[in-house]
Design a protein around this ligand. Structure first.
Ligand code: CA
Length: 242
């Protein structure tokens, strides 16, 4: 997900600051740039969602107290949108927002820091979250469970040792379901995640069902891994689950 310049050193991570207090933005901007990060900022929730989709930041610092759409709503929206769902989020909270902090973590935020904080502490948190995000990507390069083996780097799937030929959309579908770690994904979400916003009009949510059907057929005995959730969508079933 990171940006690379061909033949050059890896670019520094881009951080999106979502905060309405000018002094805090200024302080964060200064300290993050000093560490070599690239910095963009949004003053409200709507701006934050636009920038998150358009700029693909590597991490979002999200203040919970924002004018308009509040931070928790922004967090929820980011996690629901395929293009932004995997961007790590660190919440900036006030002492009085203990319960919001818990909700935020349940919604998928990665960490939080309570105001007032020192820049040094924040930067340590940012680096830890970025490192974890990196490790997550590495660990998940091969998935093996029961008779199913998926190699994400080689884009290959085996069922009981035999290679299975999937189309790119079928592979993306399987990967997306697996990476949701058992959460149910709606047809709309899958359509957006795999076919994108700019899909042709004739591609309907039914397309998802059609691809699920062919994917199941190809997975043979492992077809049971893909569970239909009636009137909603699909989820991946892990081994040992009831
Ligand atoms: Ca604020």
């Amino acid at each position: 997900m990171r940006e690379y310049l061909p033949g050059k050193k890896k670019m520094k991570e881009k951080i999106l600051i979502v905060e309405d207090e000018k002094d805090i933005i200024k302080m964060l901007d200064y300290n993050l740039k000093k560490e070599g990060f690239r910095v963009i900022d949004a003053r409200d929730g709507e701006d934050a969602l636009d920038l998150a989709v358009g700029e693909h930041p590597d991490l979002i610092l999200l203040d919970l107290m924002l004018p308009g759409i509040d931070g928790l709503e922004v967090c929820k929206a980011l996690k629901k949108t395929a293009k932004t769902a995997l961007i790590p989020i660190i919440m900036l909270t006030a002492k009085s927002q203990e319960s919001d902090k818990v909700v935020g973590l349940e919604l998928g935020a990665d960490d939080y820091i309570t105001k007032p904080f020192s820049p040094r502490e924040l930067i340590a948190r940012i680096k830890a979250v970025l490192r974890r995000a990196d490790e997550k990507e590495k660990v998940s390069e091969v998935f093996q469970s029961g008779g199913l083996r998926i190699d994400f780097a080689r884009i290959s799937v085996n069922v009981k040792g035999k290679p299975v030929e999937l189309t790119s959309k079928e592979f993306e579908l399987l990967k997306t379901l697996l990476k949701a770690k058992g959460r149910v994904l709606s047809r709309d979400y899958l359509l957006d995640a795999i076919w994108g916003y700019d899909h042709a009009m004739e591609i309907q949510t039914r397309t998802v069902d059609v691809h699920i059907r062919t994917l199941r057929k190809k997975l043979h005995s492992e077809a049971k891994r893909i569970i239909t959730v009636k009137n909603y969508g699909y989820r991946f079933k892990f081994e040992g689950e009831d």
